[in-house]
Design a protein around this ligand. Structure first.
Ligand code: DX5
Ligand code: ZN
Length: 218
């Protein structure tokens, strides 16, 4: 079964002094998802938001699907707080040293969908044994930490590999791409089997945001 295409604008590219307004821009463009980049200044060289940001967006009336990307060295220590504050999906990286499989299961036990994330330097084989335990696989097309970087085309092969595993094994996870996605690079990802697209700077810079959200439809 293939998924309907979803574009998840990243709040990282919004105004960090006016996060509710930035989320309202995403909702106003009729997005279904918003991508929330959570950074610890340790796994990645940048710091962003904590769980309270999600709760305050919910209290501010944001009903969007919270696609929560944890760029943390120890995501296992924080999943409860994000789940309690309204996360719908929590994706965690394969690279740091913690119990990945147990954490993926605990995310589901908390009532959230789970996702596994690979950095550009990480081979698809690192997550092959996990793809039957996740709702989403996220392929990074930039080194995580900052928005506005250029798309790494070499990652397209990885998307194709994961997409064929999904097909061959009759699995149903979403395949998401994140980093440097714009109207052009998004189409390359779609043709490689991607159905979920994170876009930060390209979305917030675009003059026609609702048309951007439909830019990858076939
Ligand atoms: C980078 C984040 C991405 C980033 C995407 O560490 O994980 O979600 O916000 O921003 P753009 O689309 O501007 O590359
Ligand atoms: Zn992200």
């Amino acid at each position: 079964m293939s998924h309907d295409l979803i574009v998840a604008p990243s709040i990282l590219a919004g105004n960090h002094a006016h996060l509710l307004e930035s989320a309202e821009v995403v909702a106003g463009a009729e997005a279904d998802w918003i991508h929330l980049d959570i950074m610890d200044g340790h796994f990645v060289p940048n710091l962003t938001f904590g769980p309270q940001m999600l709760g305050d967006l919910r209290n501010g009336g944001i009903k969007l699907f919270f696609d929560t990307h944890l760029m943390l060295s120890r995501p296992d220590l924080y999943i409860e707080a994000f789940a309690k504050n309204g996360a719908d999906l929590i994706s965690i990286h394969i690279e740091p040293d913690y119990n990945v499989e147990e954490t993926l299961q605990r995310i589901r036990d908390l009532g959230c969908q789970n996702g596994i994330v690979l950095n550009p330097g990480t081979d698809a084989s690192a997550i092959e044994s996990l793809i039957d335990q996740v709702d989403l696989v996220l392929v990074m097309t930039v080194q995580p930490g900052f928005g506005g970087q250029s798309f790494q085309h070499a990652q397209i092969e990885k998307m194709e590999q994961i997409s064929s595993w999904r097909q061959e094994r009759g699995l149903n996870f979403r395949l998401e791409v994140d980093g440097g996605v714009d109207r052009k690079t998004g189409l390359l990802c779609r043709d490689a089997g991607v159905d979920t697209f994170v876009a930060g700077s390209a979305f917030f810079k675009d003059s026609d945001k609702s048309s951007f959200l439909k830019a990858f439809a076939k």
